[in-house]
Design a protein around this ligand. Structure first.
Ligand code: 5GP
Length: 228
């Protein structure tokens, strides 16, 4: 018996509390799973040190972003931190999924909600930091933001934790390797879902029964030979 599953790729959303280690988990998943791709978002926020246009985001001005909204270029978009836009490009994503690639969107809760409404089969995973104390420690270590920005991030993190019930899975990142294994296991299980089956092929029943009977005859003869 063999099974033909849907060839269209799977859409996976990974969200999480600020500094929960989503980026590191996603990086590892991409290294280990060649059929997996990360969707690169557009943003109107300024580029940070160490970031690269086209790798981390497509960095555009607010006007360019708004033009893209009007053109209907985004699958979803949200105004996230400090009135800055973030959006998922629609066409690139559709092409990737159609070609059978599984695609990760690393987006926040509002965007995840919009995508879930459009594509209910999306796999939604939320990554939690082990504690808010740990988040505080990681934010300070990053040292990228001023106090006001940090407070806003915290407020958003608390609001987002309340939205967790919209997700299918939650993974606490208290041990990186374990968290990666958990996310990988979720993705493997999702591949085995019955609703991904398109067709089941069965071999000819009579042939199978005949082969089975032949095997039995052979077994009988060997047993009888041994008996002698
Ligand atoms: P950061 O500025 O730290 O790179 O990202 C801030 C937040 O924006 C993160 O929570 C990230 O998940 C979210 N984000 C990144 N890209 C997108 C996007 O295309 N759409 C939405 N809705 N959120 C995004």
């Amino acid at each position: 018996m063999s099974i033909k599953t849907k060839t269209r790729g799977q859409l996976i959303i990974i969200s999480g509390t600020t500094c929960a280690g989503k980026g590191t988990i996603i990086q590892k998943l991409l290294e280990r799973n060649p059929n997996l791709e990360l969707s690169i978002s557009y943003t109107s926020r300024p580029m940070r040190g160490g970031e690269e246009n086209g790798r981390d985001y497509y960095f555009v001005t607010q006007e360019e972003f708004e033009k893209k909204i009007q053109q209907g270029d985004f699958l979803e978009y949200a105004e996230v931190h400090y009135e800055k836009y973030y959006g998922t490009p629609k066409m690139e994503l559709e092409e990737k999924l159609e070609s059978g690639r599984d695609v990760i969107l690393e987006i926040e809760v509002q965007g995840a909600q919009q995508v879930k409404e459009m594509f209910p089969e999306t796999i939604l995973i939320f990554i939690l930091a082990p504690s808010m104390e740990e988040v505080k420690r990681r934010i300070k270590m990053r040292g990228l933001e001023n106090n006001e920005q940090i407070v806003k991030r915290f407020e958003k993190a608390y609001r987002e934790i309340n939205e967790i019930n919209q997700y299918n899975y939650v993974v606490v990142n208290d041990n990186l390797e374990e968290a990666i294994t958990k996310v990988e296991s979720i993705l493997i299980s999702e591949k085995c879902r019955v609703d991904r089956i398109e067709e089941v092929f069965m071999e000819n029943q009579e042939e199978i029964i005949h082969e089975f009977l032949m095997d039995k005859e052979f077994d009988n003869s060997t047993t009888s030979l041994l008996d002698k």
